[in-house]
Design a protein around this ligand. Structure first.
Ligand code: SAM
Length: 259
């Protein structure tokens, strides 16, 4: 039948969304189109740096119509929602008396662009996490005016870099941000990879915003967790998975008692 032949040649695949255990949402059409997207990406990066995921990472693709003003307006909205939340109220209470000389942010993702060849959209998650970072840095700057703030993620595109620079955050390329982590550091790493956490926590940063770290089977991570108290960040009502089960890890002898 002519109709059935035509259908077979359409190559129309239903899109599937799958969220993996680390919280990534993968969108796939299956078939040839998905495989083509992967090969195109691989042509851009032949030799990933040591410490990067085995998967190839390239700057996220911002929508063509996105303007600088539009991106700044988006950020302001996300920040207002975050700073109006109970989640921020709890973090703020824990960090108000903290003294560190720098903040290092690892693995924020892209607040402005699509990932993995355009198949994955985590912009809102990264925007909320960036709002969290900026709230923390503004709070600590009140007592540490010369606070240094660094961020590193291979998916940052030019929009992301401009946005971060406008917020007084210095973007570094791998592996320089890893080398900035010291016992005087607040490590801001929501959703960071296990291999990165192992490397970063062995430098004994004073505080960590991220996790949850408790179920990670790694000596370095367990040692860190055993040497800190922690406070759970309450459910973030605007987007639960942006801070899913995360905690702030603080020195045992600091401030209020943990949960
Ligand atoms: C599981 S994703 C988490 C992204 C985002 N924070 C979230 O919660 O959706 C891990 C992030 O680590 C980033 N990453 C990979 N290698 C990195 C490196 N060498 N330095 C910093 N970030 C890196 C990835 O690009 C990705 O954005």
């Amino acid at each position: 039948m002519p109709h059935s032949n035509r259908k077979k040649n359409l190559h129309h695949h239903k899109r599937l969304e799958v969220t993996d255990p680390s919280g990534w949402t993968h969108v796939t059409a299956g078939g040839k189109s998905a495989r083509r997207a992967l090969r195109t990406t691989q042509q851009h990066h032949d030799s990933p740096e040591p410490g990067e995921r085995s998967q190839i990472l390239v700057p996220a693709e911002a929508p063509t119509q996105l303007t600088w003003e539009g991106l700044q307006a988006q950020f302001r909205t996300y920040r207002e929602r975050w700073e109006g939340s109970e989640s921020w109220r709890v973090v703020e209470a824990q960090l108000s008396s903290v003294r560190v000389d720098r903040i290092v942010c690892i693995g924020l993702g892209s607040p402005s662009g699509f990932l993995k060849g355009g198949w994955v959209d985590r912009r809102s998650v990264s925007m909320y996490q960036l709002a969290g970072l900026v709230s923390v840095l503004d709070l600590i700057k009140k007592s540490v005016p010369d606070l240094q703030v660094f961020a590193q993620d291979p998916v940052f595109n030019t929009h992301d870099k401009s946005l971060l620079a406008s917020l007084d955050i210095t973007v570094l390329d791998h592996p320089h941000a890893f080398n900035k982590v010291t016992p005087g550091t607040l490590l801001y790493c929501p959703g960071a990879e296990r291999t990165h956490l192992e490397q970063l926590l062995s430098q004994a940063p004073a505080l960590v915003f991220g996790g949850p770290l408790e179920d990670i089977e790694s000596e370095a991570v367990m040692l860190f967790v055993g040497s800190r108290r922690s406070v759970r960040i309450p459910r973030f009502e605007h987007m639960e998975h942006a801070f899913w089960n995360m905690r702030v890890y603080l020195p045992e002898d600091s401030g209020n008692a943990g949960e």
